[in-house]
Design a protein around this ligand. Structure first.
Ligand SMILES: [Zn+2]
Length: 440
């Protein structure tokens, strides 16, 4: 297929904006790109997809999300508002996840995947919990991802908060799923090992997880200071030191949030080449503070951008990150456009390639995965490769995504979903969510 009449945004180390260009797709990869006339002459008779002058760019990547959180949308927690993040966990998330059946897990995921296709997010790193439906839950999510046609890395969060049997079941679910994902290396589904957070994990369980798996882990780290105090009380050391002691850190490990880590912990994350993910909308909503993302990046830590279960419209997360650090530090120099792009584009692509090493992601180049979006954006001011991050921050809306492709396959064309029945999924989700809410 030849995508014609496009202005290409390549991203990559040397971002380029290429008007009147075309892109040749073969299978799930980009085969060629160049001026339209040149490519039309080179590939006569190839089926074309007219981009009608829109921007064509790599699909967005989300470094940390929770599909299972979809049923919390619109939920008002009865009684006084929770006073802090630990109370939010107890009164909302740990009640919601316990109520989920495998059917709920499937429809929560589908709802998020529709959102992702519509808003141009093509790779997602999910972190799942459903303590009363553990076994097989990752297969159910994987089926939903395959149905949607997107790319995702999945894991189950092991925790001691529901007792030793469920912790064991969580470990087994991760191992079983990772093994099945490894058997199918060409698939758009990958697996990693999920852990909830230091504050709900005993030494014994951490040891068992490490004994069961020697790859990377996906864990929440110091999202609230309670995680640090718990670790100091339990082990005499801070969270990152504790995780390092148990062999949890490394170049395949994701440490989500890291709002309350100190300098020493940042240094250990850098030294072990672990990935930190930043979720500003969630951090603001939970009132947990602002991670020092400028400082972490300056220290050489790989910081990525996730959404923690907020909408899969990643430019909303760009905007939140851009604004949060300015107000938190009362300094308009914080978290500039290039810093946000470094997290959301460069680092997210590098993280995605840890789980999908078969071809580059997050870049338009021959050989890269053809994960693409068309953006119907017609700037009223000059747009260049250099000022693109500020156009995204101040001009782009997620509703401007009109067409989404993943692995060379169109999932949405001119805002029409091709594989997901939004009406059916919405109706079924509303019915299931009502039952979950009644239980809570
Ligand atoms: Zn999270």
């Amino acid at each position: 297929m030849l995508i014609t009449n496009a202005t290409l945004v390549t991203w990559g180390s040397d971002n380029r904006l290429l008007p009147n260009h075309a892109l040749k797709i073969e299978g799930d990869r980009i085969a060629d790109l160049g001026p339209e006339a040149e490519l039309r002459a080179k590939y006569p008779g190839t089926e074309t997809l007219d981009a009608r002058g829109q921007l064509v760019m790599p699909g967005n990547i989300c470094a940390h999300t929770h599909f299972y959180g979809a049923f919390a949308r619109g939920m008002a927690i009865p009684g006084d508002p929770p006073k802090d993040f630990p109370e939010i966990l107890e009164r909302l998330w740990w009640k919601l996840d316990k109520a989920l059946t495998l059917d709920d897990v499937r429809y929560s995921a589908l709802v998020c995947l529709i959102d992702a296709v519509k808003h141009g997010t093509t790779t997602l790193v999910d972190h799942h919990a459903s303590p009363n439906a553990i076994n097989g839950s990752l297969d159910v999510i994987a089926e939903a991802v395959e149905q949607a046609g997107l790319r995702a890395c999945l894991c189950y969060e092991v925790t001691d908060r529901d007792g030793p049997e469920k912790a064991k079941a969580g470990i087994e679910e991760n191992i079983r799923f990772i093994k099945s994902a490894i058997r199918n290396p060409q698939s758009a589904i990958a697996g990693t090992f999920g852990l909830h957070a230091s504050l709900t994990l005993s030494d014994k369980t951490l040891e068992e997880c490490r004994a069961a798996y020697d790859g990377g882990f996906h864990i929440h780290v110091a999202e609230h200071e309670a995680d640090e105090y718990d670790s100091l009380k339990k082990s005499g050391v801070r969270v990152v030191d504790r995780l390092e002691k148990f062999g949890i850190l490394g170049p395949r490990t994701i440490a989500a949030h890291c709002v309350h880590i100190d300098y020493r912990e940042a240094e250990r994350l850098r030294a072990t080449a672990a990935w930190v993910t930043h979720q500003p909308r969630s951090n603001m909503n939970n009132a947990v503070g602002a991670a020092d993302v400028d400082g972490l990046l300056r220290a050489g830590v790989n910081v990525c951008l996730g959404n923690d279960g907020f909408s899969n419209a990643m430019w909303e997360e760009w905007k939140a990150a851009y604004l949060l650090h300015k107000v938190a530090h009362r300094d308009p120099r914080r978290a500039g456009g290039y810093t946000i792009a470094e997290m959301a584009v460069t680092n997210n692509a590098a993280l995605a390639n840890v789980f999908f090493p078969q071809a580059p992601l997050g870049i338009l180049a021959p050989g890269a995965f053809a994960d693409l979006i068309f953006v119907d954006y017609h700037p009223t001011t000059p747009l260049t490769a250099g000022n693109l991050p500020w156009h995204i921050l101040f001009g782009f809306e997620s509703s401007m995504v009109t067409t989404t492709l993943c692995g060379g396959r169109a999932l949405m064309k001119d805002r029409q979903l091709l594989f997901l029945d939004e009406v059916e999924i919405t109706a079924k989700s509303r019915e299931l969510a009502r039952k979950v809410w009644e239980q809570i």
